[in-house]
Write a protein that binds this ligand. Structure first.
Ligand code: FCB
Length: 452
C-alpha cells in the first residue's frame, strides 16, 4: 500500500502545548496563561509555563525529527510572542525564535507548515471582547501579515486557524477551554469572527502574490445517530450542523447552514454577519487541513439544559458506543470515520488538496523496566487510520500529506499533562525525550512511503 509520491509525512505540535518560556523575550500573556492559572480549570492545576521546554531545547527537538526521518513539521506561532498586547509593532525576539526554527528545519530538509492561530489569543484582546468582538478579526489579519512578511520566503504552507469549532465552542460556548465563557451566543459570534479573521488574513497573505499554499484546519467529526430513531437522526443532523457545516458551508459555499441558523434564531441568537463578510470568508483555499479523531454518536436529549456538555444547547448528547475500543481520552477508535469525512469533502464541497493536519491518540504510556515506551495501541491506531486515508485516496480524494499528533507528549489543554499523545515520550521533570515504539515504526512507514 503505497502513498502518492512526495506525500508529506510528519508530525504536529502547537506553541502553548510545548514551548514553555512564557515570560521570556518579551512574550505577552495569552488567554491560556490566564485560564491555566485559574484554579479548577485544568487538571492538577497544570500550566504551560514550562511544558516541554521546547523554547530552550529547539535544536535537540529538531535533531530528533531529523533522526526519525520526518519530512514535515506543523507548528504554531504564539501570537503573544509576536504582539505581546495583540496589536502594534512586532516583537523582534519573538520573530527570531520562529526564524531559528524555520532555518533549523530547512537545514534538516523538513518542510515547515505554520499554524497562525492555535488558541493562544493575547489576553489584552480578550479583555476587549476576544473573538466575540469584530475588532479581533482585524487584529488577527494584522498579526498574520507580520508573520507572513517575516517568513513567507521560507515557509510554503500556511494555516490561518486551527479548529475554529474548538476555539469558539469549547472556549466561549462551553467554557471548558480558555477564555472559559459559557454562552452559545458568544460561541456563534466567536465562530463568525474567527472565520472573518481567516478571510481577512487570507486576503493580506494572498496580496503578496507568491506561490505559497494557504489554507485552514478544521476538526471534522462525522455525526451519526446512536439509535435507529428519527429523533436521534434529527439530533445528529443538528450536531453535524454545528460541528461540521457551520464551518464548511461558509468556507466553501459562502453561506451559513440554514437549518442550524434558524435553530439558533428561534432562540434569539444570530451570527453577527455584516455585508461582504461571507465573500471574504469563502475566498478560494489552496488546501484544506483536517484534524480527525473520532465520530460522534448522537442521541436526542429533549430535557437537556445548556451546560458545559458538548451540544447540550442543541438538545443532543454524544454517547460512546459500549463496544468501541477507547483511547485514554475516552474517545472511540473509528478509522472509517476518516475515510467517510475525506470522501464527503470531495463529494459535497470541493475537489481540493487535503492534508490530515492532525491524527493520533492518547495512550497511558510509561517507561517500562527495559527503559522503553512500548505504545502498541498507538501503532495499531495509526496503522488503521493510514489505511483509512489510503482508502480515501483510492476513492479519488486528493490527499497530500499526514501530520501525526503529536511529536512530543505535551500540555493537553484542560487535561494538562495527564494525557500523552506524543510519539516521543517526555519525562517532564527531567525533560528527557524517549522515542516510543510508534516513533520508530512511523519512521519506517515514511521510509517506505506506505505499509505492507
Ligand atoms: C486537537 C488540538 C490539539 C490537540 C489534539 C489532541 O483538538 O488541535 O492541540 O490537543 O486535539
Amino acid at each position: 500500500m503505497k502513498f502518492p509520491e512526495d506525500f508529506l509525512w510528519g508530525t504536529a505540535t502547537a506553541a502553548y502545548q510545548i514551548e514553555g518560556a512564557v515570560r521570556e523575550d518579551g512574550r505577552g500573556t495569552s488567554i491560556w496563561d490566564t485560564f491555566s492559572h485559574t484554579p479548577g480549570k485544568v487538571r492538577h492545576g497544570d500550566t504551560g509555563d514550562i511544558a516541554c521546554d521546547h523554547y530552550h531545547r529547539l535544536d535537540e527537538d529538531l535533531d530528533l525529527m531529523s533522526d526519525l526521518g520526518f519530512r514535515a513539521y506543523r507548528f504554531s506561532v504564539a501570537w503573544p510572542r509576536i504582539q505581546p498586547e495583540g496589536s502594534g509593532p512586532a516583537n523582534q525576539k519573538g520573530l527570531d525564535f520562529y526564524r531559528r526554527l524555520v532555518e533549523g528545519l530547512e537545514q534538516r530538509s523538513i518542510k515547515p507548515m505554520i499554524t497562525l492561530y492555535h488558541w493562544d489569543l493575547p489576553q489584552a484582546l480578550e479583555d476587549r471582547g476576544g473573538w466575540t468582538s469584530r475588532e479581533t478579526s482585524e487584529r488577527f489579519a494584522e498579526y498574520a501579515s507580520i508573520v507572513y512578511e517575516a517568513l513567507s520566503a521560507e515557509v510554503g504552507f500556511w494555516i490561518t486557524l486551527n479548529e475554529p469549532w474548538v476555539a469558539a465552542w469549547m472556549g466561549y460556548g462551553l467554557g471548558v477551554h480558555a477564555p472559559g465563557r459559557n454562552d452559545s451566543a458568544a460561541a456563534l459570534a466567536a465562530t463568525h469572527h474567527l472565520l472573518l479573521g481567516h478571510g481577512l488574513a487570507m486576503e493580506r497573505m494572498r496580496s503578496v502574490g507568491d506561490e505559497n499554499q494557504l489554507g485552514v484546519t478544521l476538526n471534522l467529526h462525522p455525526a451519526h445517530s446512536a439509535r435507529d430513531r428519527d429523533a436521534d437522526r434529527e439530533a445528529a443532523r443538528r450536531v453535524d450542523g454545528q460541528a461540521n457545516r457551520l464551518y464548511l458551508d461558509p468556507l466553501f459555499r459562502g453561506k451559513y447552514p440554514e437549518d442550524l441558523v434558524s435553530y439558533y434564531r428561534e432562540r434569539g441568537i444570530e451570527p453577527p454577519v455584516q455585508d461582504g463578510d461571507l465573500e471574504k470568508i469563502s475566498q478560494p483555499l489552496d488546501f484544506l487541513g483536517i484534524n480527525y479523531y473520532f465520530r460522534h454518536h448522537i442521541r436526542d436529549a429533549p430535557d437537556e439544559t445548556p451546560s458545559q456538555a458538548p451540544f447540550s444547547d442543541l438538545l443532543a448528547r454524544p454517547i460512546v458506543p459500549h463496544a468501541a475500543e477507547k483511547t485514554a481520552m475516552g474517545w472511540p477508535v473509528e478509522p472509517d470515520g476518516l475515510t467517510e469525512m475525506l470522501v464527503r469533502i470531495k463529494d459535497e464541497y470541493a475537489y481540493i488538496p487535503i492534508y490530515v493536519t492532525e491524527n493520533g491518540r492518547a495512550v497511558d504510556d510509561y517507561i517500562d523496566p527495559e527503559g522503553d515506551v512500548n505504545d502498541e495501541e498507538r501503532i495499531s491506531y495509526l496503522e488503521s487510520h493510514f489505511r483509512a486515508a489510503h482508502r480515501a485516496i483510492e476513492r479519488g480524494v486528493d490527499l497530500r500529506g499526514y501530520l501525526v499528533w503529536s511529536l512530543l507528549d505535551n500540555f493537553e489543554w484542560a487535561e494538562g499533562y495527564s494525557k500523552r499523545f506524543g510519539i516521543v515520550f517526555v519525562e517532564y521533570g527531567t525533560q528527557r525525550r524517549i522515542p516510543k515504539s510508534s516513533a520508530r515504526w512511523y519512521s519506517e512507514i515514511i521510509r517506505h512511503n506506505g505499509l505492507d
